[in-house]
Design a protein around this ligand. Sequence first.
Ligand code: ATP
Length: 443
Amino acid sequence: MPVVDMEDIVRLAKQRGFIFPSAEIYGGFRSTYDYGPLGVLMLRNVKNEWWRSMVQMRHDVVGLDAAILSSPRIWEASGHLANFTDPMVDCRKCKERWRADHLEPAAADGLVHCPNCDSTDLTEARAFNLMFKTHAGPLEDEGSVAYLRPETAQGHFVNFLNVLQTSRKRPPFGIAQIGKSFRNEITPGNFVFRTREFEQMELEYFVPPAEADKWFDYWRTERLEWYVSLGIDRQRLRLRDHDQEELSHYSAGTTDVEFMFPWGWGELEGIANRTDYDLRAHAEASGVKLEYFDQASGERYVPYVIEPAAGATRTMMAFLLAAYDRDQIGGEERTVLRLHPRIAPYQVAVLPLSKKETLVPVAEEVLGLLQPIAMCDYDETQSIGRRYRRQDEIGTPLAVTIDFDSLEDRAVTIRDRDTTAQVRVPIERVVEEVRSRLGIAGF
Ligand code: ATP
């Protein structure tokens, strides 16, 4: 497995316009990040691929986009107000705050030391709720409290009846949602692995209770294979089952899909059997029955829920790490992102050999042919060698070059990022050739 330093990824992300530290001109703002021109394309691709496999390619899943700003009653009922807390200790000397379960007594003196300043003057552990609290409306009183959702999931449960009644689906069926979530993480870090504002991709899959184990196994495999299908080496992925103490308050079983990050294995996604915990909790708190009535069998039941919950931003970072490579081309070292064409920010770069007036109209014609089928970059300055390097470094699978011969033979050169092999193709066949090389019959 190639070893990549986090610094390489962070540097490339910044220099090439994937991810910038937020509010940088003010010195940055607490582990928040902005997605630049390439980052926004790549993150969209990650989300689109998830949506494609979870919604478009299935007939048993429908979509949802619920509100981020949410009623305290949701989080009271879900157990997040009571349970979504980490025990924290503060260092009295340097004022840093740490998760108590991350600190171990030192072997030398048996005391817990602050990882920042080494002081042993730490407070007792206290519960710290991870939800961001705010106020909706002009009055900042108890009656106006609202929360930023810490997961997208409760939106699926509180809309269970709405979806059931409008979508004509019946268990087993799922509701998929992609969106921002917010957690006041105590120790954000490792770039965008853990941030306070992040994006999730969550499916809640409602099943007859007796089928829960079967569907849990199904989604474990399905989800692992999704990462493999988009180019992550199987060796860098694993499934890890939670043991009893690790399980969340709602879960009867959880398996994480983990990725080998530079610092070790880390979670990309959790697949949980949430049982009927959430639907029952919301039914009890709201007084509205959240059940399914099977007309054929006359049976009424509260479905169990299997939840594959993934992080879009964290997954994007895993794709960057997995794709990062260095090799030698003609004795020259290059950096190349071997991204899957569906994940890469641009699929094609259109590069006129020079800015000469004669070449530009042909280059624009080729660009116009390719833009409807792929995200294209267009670049006409610098030497062609440097432009190829740049495209390699941002992971563009194909470059189409228009040269002076193109004016005569109406043909262009297509260069492959991974092999750097080049082929000459007539302009009238360029769309077909690009499509087949990228494996993108359609979206
Ligand atoms: P962790 O153990 O890493 O804190 P979690 O088990 O609390 O994660 P879940 O609640 O299962 O995470 O959320 C589902 C997914 O959302 C995670 O697998 C991860 O990809 C993503 N995620 C959760 N918290 C964050 C965060 N603070 N920053 C970025 N992504 C996150």
